[in-house]
Structures are given as C-alpha cells and as structure tokens.
Design a protein around this ligand. Structure first.
Ligand SMILES: [Fe+2]
Length: 140
C-alpha cells in the first residue's frame, strides 16, 4: 500500500469534512420560512456528523504515522436567498466527498482490510446522505 498517497488522500478528506461542518453551520444562518426549524435541525446534525467524519479520517492519518492536515476545504462563498441554491451547493459538496472516498478506496482496496472497511462504510453513509439531499430537492 502506498502509505504516503493514502495519508494525502485521508488529509484531503479531513479538510473537506471540516469544511462541511462549517458549511452546514453557515447554511443554518441562511434558512428562513416555514421549513426553517426542521431544516436547521437536520443541518445541525449534518454539521456534527461532518466533524465526526473529519476526526475519523484524522485518526486514520495518525494511525498510519502521518501528520493530520491543519487545512480546511472550501466553505460557503455567497449569501444564499433560498433553500434551493443551498441544496445545489450541498449536493456538489457531498459528491466531491464521495469522490474523495472513492479515490481512497482505489488506494486501499485489497491492501488493508481495516482501511477498506472504513472507506466502504463511509461511501455507503455519504451516498445515503446525498440521496436524502437529492430527495429534498424533488417535489414528488
Ligand atoms: Fe462526511
């Protein structure tokens, strides 16, 4: 297994998940209207989940003897007026995350059962999560 490449990939995940925690927190401040309370509640859960994911990826970095990234991925760049553009941005963010985990899988597949299990379970969790957001965008 190319440990350097795995550590680098895990660090990209740390940065994206941390940015996710901040993003979800920022979005909670831009939600208004009838659905505000349930949507904010859901976003707060997503923010702490992203933080858990950042920590989990960071733990894998240190398990491999690497240095965890102190960086952070892209956060929200504009103030959104409605929920739809927020959902569109979230879908893009979640797809990027799944992409990073899928790249990680190509690095660890058949190399480390432990890391492969971790990566597969993350892909499944993130995929379910993405499907939820896509369904929130739908009207029926
Ligand atoms: Fe995540």
């Amino acid at each position: 297994m190319d440990e350097e490449a795995v550590i680098e990939q895990l660090n990209a995940i740390v940065e994206l998940e941390l940015a996710g925690a901040i993003r979800y927190t920022q979005y909670t401040l831009m939600i208004f209207g009838h659905a505000r309370i349930p949507i904010i509640g859901w976003m707060k859960e997503q923010a702490s989940e992203a933080l858990d994911h950042a920590r989990a990826a960071g733990e894998e970095v240190t398990t491999l003897g690497g240095r965890p990234s102190l960086g952070i991925g892209a956060v929200v760049a504009t103030h959104h007026e409605g929920i739809d553009p927020i959902l569109a941005e979230l879908i893009e963010h979640e797809r990027r995350g799944i992409g990073l985990y899928e790249e990680l899988l190509t690095l660890v597949r058949s190399q480390s059962i432990q890391l492969e299990e971790y990566t597969r379970s993350m892909i499944r969790a993130e995929q379910l999560h993405l499907s939820e957001i896509v369904k929130m965008q739908r009207s029926h």
